[in-house]
Design a binder for this molecule. Structure first.
Ligand SMILES: [Fe+2]
Length: 474
């Protein structure tokens, strides 16, 4: 928790510095006769008052969101570990995430990043972030990019990229939503490799990809599907999608016969408007089966997997998708229905309000035994729940026999020791590196493999050391 507040305070300094930078940009542009360095810079770069206004709007919103995060951190319970625990700072806040991305993007453009480094003084191979700022760009040593870049902003932040992000933000210009979902055939015998919240690009996420690749290679004659449950950090910008996601995705560039990739939309993927998700990820040949639509069905007579988009309109499941999924389930009444989504319909760890509202929207899918299982991400944990019962607003009820959160694919997260009563299993193992003051503890990451053969299925949960920590036969 101490770490959390330090990170937030440093980020606040950063946001405040951005605010004053934007103010001075506005002042320079307001004075047509200004000949200061800043005024000349903005004129040369062709930043208009509207451009700066858009950035001002983004920074003001980020500042508001940061205040909310600080209040949350103050109220959060103390960590369960003896030592203070550390995790990446990844708020589910749109403007703040966009600002984090912008800061890093500009540092990359300005060539201020040093070569990849391990985490902390120990420099262990379980590195939390892959890059640090070059010494000349560091106001203090040991900045951790994945928390936030804590560099003093200067005029160089006003790049074309920054202008595009700010404009997009100010104008709510989201990528178009597609209503042409793929309905893809699934072989009787197939292997599904599923990972959630993996798009961080950190060393440990790359290790997870290598383990996923082993599972892909271990079933050579079998149809294989590799599925991401959403979230590429910080804000799903096209460059982030290329550098943090596609560069390490376990299916080889160009695609491979017999292996299809699928990707759900996550809240972070939408923070930049969704261009990276829809155009860069779904536009990649490896994801061609998905036809650039954020919801889909993958099915045979025994199994039907339905991917849903709960992120385009954050936490909302449009009725159109629910109706579409219900129709697909009704077409294959004997197939086991499995839902896949980024957001959760239930949580033992976070506030239930949004999850409850999502389950309410999905009510038609949770009644009459239509859904046998639901896998989701968003929370950066591995938690498998006992059968869950839902009572909806109209008094009707539904049951989810097998619900699981698999959002532990790639974000460094503080460990949790307890297994809440609703859970059947949680991954509580931890990783740590560094010593004494530099020591940091993290929850272990992982992914899952589901092998289907006719009506039978076997689920295996694998952690980042390659250990199977949970199995289930269907
Ligand atoms: Fe998320």
């Amino acid at each position: 928790m101490i770490h959390e507040l330090i990170k937030l305070k440093k980020l606040r300094e950063q946001v405040e510095a951005w605010s004053s930078l934007v103010e001075s940009a506005q002042a320079a542009l307001d004075d047509p006769n200004a000949t200061s360095e800043a005024a000349t810079f903005f004129k040369e770069k062709k930043w208009s008052r509207e451009d700066v206004g858009a950035l001002a709007k983004l920074v003001a919103k980020a500042s508001e969101e940061l205040q909310i995060e600080m209040e949350k951190a103050k109220k959060a319970p103390a960590p369960e570990e003896d030592e203070d625990s550390d995790g990446a700072f990844i708020p589910s806040q749109a403007a703040l995430s966009t600002l984090q991305m912008l800061i890093e993007m500009v540092n990359i453009d300005a060539n201020l990043l040093a070569r990849p480094q391990g985490q902390g003084l120990a420099g262990s191979d379980t590195s939390q972030q892959v890059r640090e700022l070059k010494a000349e760009a560091q106001p203090s040593p040991g900045q951790k990019l994945f928390y936030s870049v804590l560099d003093e902003p200067g005029a160089r932040y006003f790049t074309e990229g920054a202008k595009a992000v700010a404009w997009r933000w100010a104008n709510n210009a989201w990528h178009a939503f597609s209503n042409s979902p793929a309905i893809a055939p699934l072989a009787k015998k197939a292997r599904l490799v599923i990972v959630g919240d993996w798009g961080s690009g950190v060393g440990r996420a790359q290790d997870i990809a290598n383990l996923m690749r082993k599972e892909i290679d271990a079933a050579p004659g079998v149809e294989r599907h590799v599925i991401h449950l959403g979230d590429i950090y910080f804000a799903g910008w096209p460059k982030e999608c290329r550098d943090r996601f596609l560069a390490y995705w376990p299916v080889k560039p160009g695609g491979e016969p017999g292996i299809a990739s699928w990707c759900l939309n996550g809240n972070h993927d939408m923070y930049c408007g969704g261009d990276g998700y829809f155009d860069v990820v779904l536009g990649d040949v490896r994801f061609a089966q998905q036809k650039q639509c954020s919801y889909f069905a993958l099915r045979n007579d025994d199994w039907q997997f339905i991917g849903l988009d709960t992120a385009y309109d954050e936490w909302h499941l449009p009725a159109r998708q629910v109706d579409w999924a219900a129709d697909r389930f009704k077409e294959k009444p004997k197939a086991k229905g499995v839902l896949l989504s980024h957001h959760q319909p239930f949580s033992s760890f976070e506030s239930q309000d949004k999850a409850k509202a999502l389950a309410e929207q999905a009510a038609p899918l949770l009644k009459n035994g239509l859904t046998s299982a639901w896998f989701w991400g968003h929370e950066h944990r591995c938690a498998i729940y006992k059968p869950l019962s839902f009572t909806f607003a109209d008094g009707s009820t539904g049951v989810l026999p097998f619900g699981a959160c698999f959002g532990h694919g790639g974000v460094p997260t503080s460990p949790k020791r307890e297994s809440p009563p609703e859970t059947l299993h949680t991954l509580t193992a931890t990783e740590s590196n560094g010593f004494f003051l530099t020591k940091e503890n993290f929850a272990r990451m992982g992914f899952v493999v589901l092998d289907i053969d006719g009506a039978k299925g076997r689920l295996r949960c694998i952690d980042e050391r390659g250990n199977e920590h949970f199995t289930r036969d269907f």
